[in-house]
Design a protein around this ligand. Structure first.
Ligand SMILES: Nc1ncnc2c1ncn2[C@@H]1O[C@H](COP(=O)(O)OP(=O)(O)OP(=O)(O)O)[C@@H](O)[C@H]1O
Ligand SMILES: [Mg+2]
Length: 290
């Protein structure tokens, strides 16, 4: 049995005995079909903004994805968990791409690392409902002096804790949605492809994560908001995770999703220590910079 360090605490690796659960594929919502491809979005996963046959716009991450084998599974799990905890994330849907779609929309082809081209597989892909539209303007970045214009600023701390629990291997990405004619913004949490130890689920047991974002002010050990959030996570995550694991299409991951489930349940048991480790690590890094 391996060991790893969290702050000054030594933890034992996760147990193997978390029960497997029944799968139930397919959601009650119908699958969407692409009717127009509007543009390529920026970013390593090479997503596309498309219109679907329900008339809505979606940012679609396709599989197989250049960022790695479990990226789409991470997106679904992240979306279900973040929304289920009551925080803002776009709705997700399954979007179908078939041979006809690929023939009609050759722009769906993605670039490979060696300069070649690869097409999405025929099947379902991850669609994130587009947050923009006539009533909204979108921003990728919010300058610190304007943070007071965020309506849901209170969600930033819980998302920081969520990313620790989920072993996020990327900085947390947000889309700031501004209602036309109002100087107020809603913060949506997007890009969950690098949760859970990243696209290959290479999480090191007990380690918090590797990347930090400065959207939340540093917090101190003993901050009462942390305990409040951890209790919320303990209450809601087991049920949400159980349901989420069961709805991920199996072609969206390559590794053992039940092992991931077990590790995540274990991380929930030790979340207070993981958070303390993250805060101490951050303080230590700041100390060595100053
Ligand atoms: N639901 C959405 N509504 C509006 N814009 C979105 C939405 N989802 C993603 N985007 C836009 O698409 C871009 C790419 O999406 P995302 O960051 O998830 O993919 P990525 O390729 O993994 O990026 P990265 O290289 O940062 O890992 C984002 O920077 C954002 O601007
Ligand atoms: Mg991104």
């Amino acid at each position: 049995m391996g060991t790893s360090l969290v702050g000054a605490q030594q933890l034992i690796s996760p147990p193997e005995h978390y029960a497997q659960m029944h799968r139930h594929h397919g959601s009650h919502e119908s699958l969407l079909t692409v009717t127009t491809v509007l543009r390529a979005e920026k970013g390593g996963s090479q997503s596309r903004l498309v219109r679907c046959d329900d008339g809505k716009l979606y940012v679609v991450k396709m599989h197989p994805n250049p960022q790695g084998p479990n990226v789409l599974a991470n997106e679904v799990l992240g979306s279900i968990l973040i929304r289920g905890l009551g925080f803002f994330a776009p709705r997700w849907r399954q979007v179908t791409i078939n041979l006809k779609t690929i023939r009609v929309f050759p722009d769906l082809a993605m670039c490979t690392a060696d300069g070649g081209t690869t097409f999405p597989a025929c099947g379902v892909h991850f669609g994130s409902e587009y947050l923009g539209g006539q009533r909204y303007r979108l921003f990728d970045f919010m300058p610190k002096p304007r943070m007071h214009t965020l309506r849901n600023a209170s969600q930033l701390l819980p998302i920081y804790l969520f990313d620790i629990w989920a072993c996020h291997q990327d900085t947390r990405q947000c889309v700031y949605q501004k209602l036309q004619d109002a100087n107020l913004y809603d913060t949506f949490f997007i890009d969950n492809g690098h949760l859970f130890g990243g696209p290959t689920w290479q999480e090191v047991a007990g380690r918090a994560r590797t990347m930090h974002s400065d959207i939340i002010e540093p917090i101190k050990i003993g901050d009462p908001r942390v305990e409040q959030c951890v209790r919320l996570f303990e209450e809601r995550i087991p049920k949400l995770l159980h349901r989420a694991v069961a709805v991920v299409p199996p072609e969206w991951y390559k590794n053992d999703i039940y092992a991931l489930y077990a590790r995540l349940m274990w991380r929930l048991d030790f979340l207070r220590l993981l958070v303390a480790g993250d805060i101490l690590g951050r303080d230590h890094r700041m100390g060595s910079i100053l």
